[in-house]
Design a binder for this molecule. Structure first.
Ligand SMILES: C[S@@+](CC[C@H](N)C(=O)[O-])C[C@H]1O[C@@H](n2cnc3c(N)ncnc32)[C@H](O)[C@@H]1O
Length: 222
């Protein structure tokens, strides 16, 4: 049974259409992954968020990236394309099937040396990474309801001047407005609201909240 979200709650459809029309790409392998995601209902970053992520990588020139939520490897391949050859990307994924598919895709894309897919529950795994301030970018695109539990570890693992980019934080507009909330999503929505408050009040972060795609925050460690 599909859920009745208001898919136009964040950005009016004519703007989304315009953005997507302007921000196309010619990468046939990424097109293939987009088709696979669509046909198999795998959620991957929306096209405008994908371009944003790529541009942020080119600006920040990271040497180490951590991604939470790999799925089929689409966004990690995108970040690999947008970074220097010596940038290392670790991407966490808890679903075994996704891990296999992602590894295959990453190999086909020629990034097996650059991207490590780690099969783990990110909520537990982050605390096992013992070095502080190692990552230049942390991209949170996994379990939205658990972002609140991951934030302290992410801040610990982030270099000064580094960024935490969090996707889906406006969650079809539900985070911003009770009238958009689908009842069975209320717990996730409450936790996302708390997550945004935590970001905004965090002493070590400055955060911008953008109505891009499904809502994105960019937090820089100050
Ligand atoms: C939105 S998809 C990621 C899409 C991917 N970043 C992209 O754009 O190509 C979210 C993924 O996070 C994974 N996930 C959910 N909870 C997780 C957790 N606690 N630890 C690691 N991965 C998790 C899901 O299995 C799913 O594949």
């Amino acid at each position: 049974m599909s859920i009745e979200y208001d898919l136009n709650a964040i950005v009016p459809p004519y703007i989304t259409e315009y953005l997507r029309d302007k921000m196309t790409h010619n990468d046939e392998f990424l097109h293939e992954l987009e088709r696979y995601a669509e046909e198999n209902s795998v959620p991957i970053v929306e096209p405008e968020t994908a371009r944003f992520l790529s541009v942020m990588c080119r600006i920040a020139k990271p040497k180490k990236i951590l991604e939470v939520g790999c799925a089929i490897g689409y966004s990690s391949i995108l970040m690999a394309q947008a970074t220097d050859a010596d940038c290392e990307i670790a991407t966490l994924e808890c679903n075994e099937d996704m891990v296999h598919i992602a590894r295959e895709n990453i190999k086909k894309a020629g990034y097996a040396e650059k991207i490590s897919v780690i099969e783990a529950d990110a909520k537990d795994y982050l605390s096992y990474i013992d070095d502080d301030e190692v990552f230049d970018i942390i991209f949170l695109d996994g379990p939205k309801a658990h972002y609140i539990y991951m934030l302290d570890e992410c801040v610990r693992l982030l270099k000064k001047g580094g960024m935490i980019i969090s996707d889906n934080v406006l969650y079809k507009g539900m985070t911003a407005d009770d009238n958009h909330v689908v009842r069975r999503k209320i717990t996730i929505v409450k936790r996302l609201r708390k997550y945004i408050d935590m970001l905004m009040e965090h002493k070590e972060l400055e955060t911008s909240l953008l109505p891009l795609g499904d809502g994105v925050t960019v937090s820089v460690k100050i």
